[in-house]
Design a protein around this ligand. Structure first.
Ligand code: ZN
Length: 204
């Protein structure tokens, strides 16, 4: 199982980090050891002083595929969940400045909290209008909608499958909207799709 993450998929987030808006999806991988399930707490590691939350809709791949045509892309997923792409922003900034890979800042253990529950595709009235949000300590810090993705679910699957064979159980973190920010020990994060609380993560 692999976790594929999309960077800069919301214009307002690309701008807040002074990144250009990409022509094609930007992607990177996290290993399976990055998954944090069952609402377990996240233990803040010592190697970073600036870990940011990035709340993202997550697509779960349901069959094997390579070079998937866009018209068939929707048949490669049944469910959508929500996750957090924890990012060591200080390490990422150093890596970016040196033109080095991002894994050090993105792929660490427990850097991908994931909702236990996924929502079936047909429960959504419109996949291009899925609202989601992240609350920190009871206050909303990120508000997103799939309508604002530069590259939608089907486009992402089509593009990624040119390079990577997608397999059952693979997860695609589809990018974060504006509002990313740092976490501190003691913070309580809660992620919602619509009004449904699907993921909790306490920082310890
Ligand atoms: Zn992200």
């Amino acid at each position: 199982m692999k976790i594929i993450c999309i960077g800069r998929n919301y214009v307002d987030h690309a701008k807040e980090l002074n990144n250009p808006v990409p022509e094609n999806p930007v992607f990177f991988l996290k290993p399976d050891t990055a998954l944090l399930r069952r609402n377990r707490p996240f233990y803040h590691p010592e190697f970073s002083d600036d870990i940011h939350y990035e709340c993202e809709l997550v697509v779960k791949i349901n069959k094997l595929g390579k070079n998937i045509q866009k018209k068939f892309a929707h048949t490669y997923y049944n469910e959508i969940g929500i996750g957090i792409d924890f990012t060591a922003r200080d390490l990422q900034s150093k890596a970016k400045a040196k033109g080095l890979p991002w894994e050090i800042a993105k792929a660490f253990d427990a850097s991908a909290p994931l909702s236990m529950e996924f929502i079936k595709k047909d429960e959504f009235a419109d996949l291009n209008n899925i609202s989601f949000r992240l609350d920190k300590n009871g206050e909303t810090v990120q508000n997103g909608n799939s309508a604002d993705m530069l590259f939608g679910f089907d486009e992402l699957i089509t593009y990624l499958s040119k390079f990577l064979t997608l397999k059952t159980g693979d997860l695609i973190f589809t990018g974060t909207p504006a509002g990313v920010g740092p976490i501190q020990i003691g913070d309580k994060l809660e992620a919602y799709i619509g009004d449904r609380l699907l993921l909790k993560c306490n920082i310890k």
